[in-house]
Design a protein around this ligand. Structure first.
Ligand code: PLP
Length: 475
């Protein structure tokens, strides 16, 4: 049999492969504009970039709402095995039995942790899991010929919640928080109506406060015929102690890249599986992974499914890391993680609350939101300035200005991975900053390669490829 023709078989006069006939007309590039550098320079460039960056391997990373845990190296090693990296998602089932088994087992683990009856691993991020769930909410109500076009979201919700509901075609109805930081049940009662399709809730909420009346709230939502959706981004606070099914939720998304210690940041790589109670199972994305006791196969025969939400079965390298983490921790280990995460957050809160106000009631779960409002009033130091100064102490800044119901918010989540010494370092830095000369804090960071950047410009005009840099600078 003749060998298939390869592009490299026919180098052109210029030394470039002759791509004629292989690349669609109009898409060929004659010149690549690749930087001409030798190996030492290339290595220095990337090592330099890694030094300019800050990750969980550099220092404490108490970025509220993001659960920046340590990413265990055993999980990275597993995910880099050739048995994993050489797999291709389009391989025939006969070659992928091991991967399918891992995913099937991961589904079982997530069922056990959440109390849900069925799982899909397809979504690639938390927000993607939310959107997938909202599509299932729509499919469920239309299967019952009910016209429900409103989704209720508390004012403390993560911004992706209303965005996902709106993208799935729902009108978003906001309900305020009461004085204790929990959902105002009176306002919820007034918002619920025959058009309500679902309520999206995270528990503990983004203030780190557990919604104590969650069962009453579930009852209210269900008696109006709507579904209760659990944003599982804060699962690290309760895992092993409670679960969304026990609280009355019908569906949930998980952030594997938070709760189960896999890398994340800058938009990926993530994984946001969804879980549902049995009456919603027909609507889960397809294909589902089926197992007949001997063989794993892909099952497409679910006519009520919302369809595929990912080009393949999910972000396998992330799923594998999370699966390894769950096995390594075991049930008691996971419970220990949530206990320590809550203890660490409350200890840190206790250490700094003389210097920063921490509005709303106690106790907190895995995170808390402090306010720099007093510092701003007395010394002109804003939450942004505190955050920038923390970088000088080699601590990643907390999340700032979220949730918006706290003025000059500093949202702090140390996670269970920080030692007592490390917690003391974070607290000492925050306390020192509160006493520092405002001129120093306002000029921070001073110990970094880049000082204050024009953040709006950086967000709007990101230069992310060499081609774009070349176009702008002509280098
Ligand atoms: C409470 C909450 N919900 C949802 C999300 C969205 O998750 P992702 O960033 O994976 O899309 C986040 C992310 O920080 C979150 O904190």
């Amino acid at each position: 049999m003749p060998r298939p023709r390869l592009i490299m078989d026919r180098p052109s006069d210029e030394g470039y492969p002759d791509v004629e006939g292989y690349v669609p007309i109009g898409m060929e590039r004659k010149k690549m504009h690749l930087p001409k550098v030798d190996e030492p320079e290339l290595i220095r460039h990337y090592i330099g970039l890694s030094r300019d960056n800050f990750g969980t391997d550099n220092g404490p990373y108490p970025l509220g709402s993001c659960t920046m845990k340590h990413n265990p190296k055993y999980a990275d090693r597993l995910a880099s095995l050739p048995e994993v990296t050489r797999m291709h998602p389009w391989m025939d089932d006969g070659y992928t039995q091991g991967c399918l088994e891992i995913m099937h087992r991961m589904e079982m683990a997530l069922r056990c942790i959440s109390g849900m009856d069925a799982i899909s691993l397809q979504p690639s991020a938390g927000a993607h899991g939310e959107y997938t769930s909202m599509l299932m909410v729509r499919a469920y109500h239309s299967s019952r010929n009910e016209e429900r076009d409103e989704v209720i979201v508390p004012d403390s919700a993560h911004g992706t919640n209303p965005a996902s509901a709106a993208m799935a075609g729902f009108k978003v109805v906001e309900v305020p928080s009461a004085e204790d930081g929990c959902v105002d049940l009176g306002a919820l009662e007034a918002a619920l109506c025959p058009r309500t399709a679902a309520l999206m809730l995270t528990n503990p909420n983004t203030l780190g406060i557990f919604e104590r009346r969650v069962k009453e709230l579930a009852e209210m939502v269900h008696s109006c015929g709507a579904l209760l959706y659990y944003d599982g981004a804060n699962l690290n606070a309760i895992m092993g102690r409670s679960n969304p099914a026990a609280m009355g939720f019908d569906m949930v998304h998980f952030n594997l890249h938070k709760t189960f210690a896999t890398p994340h940041g800058g938009g990926g790589p993530g994984s946001g599986p969804v879980g549902v109670r049995s009456f919603l199972e027909p609507f889960l994305p397809i294909p589902r992974i089926a197992y007949d006791g001997e063989t794993f196969t892909l099952d497409w025969a679910h006519p009520q499914s919302i369809g595929k939400v990912s080009s393949n079965l999910g972000n396998f390298a992330v799923i594998l890391r999370a699966y390894a983490y769950i096995l390594r921790q075991g049930g008691d280990g996971l419970k220990g993680c949530s206990e320590r995460a809550v203890l660490n957050a409350n200890y840190l809160k206790h250490r700094i609350e003389k210097y920063y106000d921490v509005p709303f009631s106690d106790p907190r779960k895995h995170e808390f939101v402090a306010s720099a409002a007093r510092l701003k009033k007395e010394k002109g130091i804003r939450a942004l300035d505190v955050a920038k100064r923390m970088i000088d102490y080699n601590i990643h800044p907390p999340t700032i200005y979220f949730p918006s119901l706290v003025e000059e918010a500093l949202m702090i989540e140390p996670t269970e991975d920080e030692s007592l010494e490390s917690l003391e370092r974070i607290a000492d830095a925050l306390i020192t900053i509160a006493h520092e000369d405002p001129a120093v804090v306002l000029a921070a960071p001073e110990n970094t390669p880049v000082g204050r950047v024009d953040e709006a410009k950086a967000a709007k005009d990101a230069i992310l490829s060499y081609r774009r840099l070349h176009a702008i600078r002509g280098v």
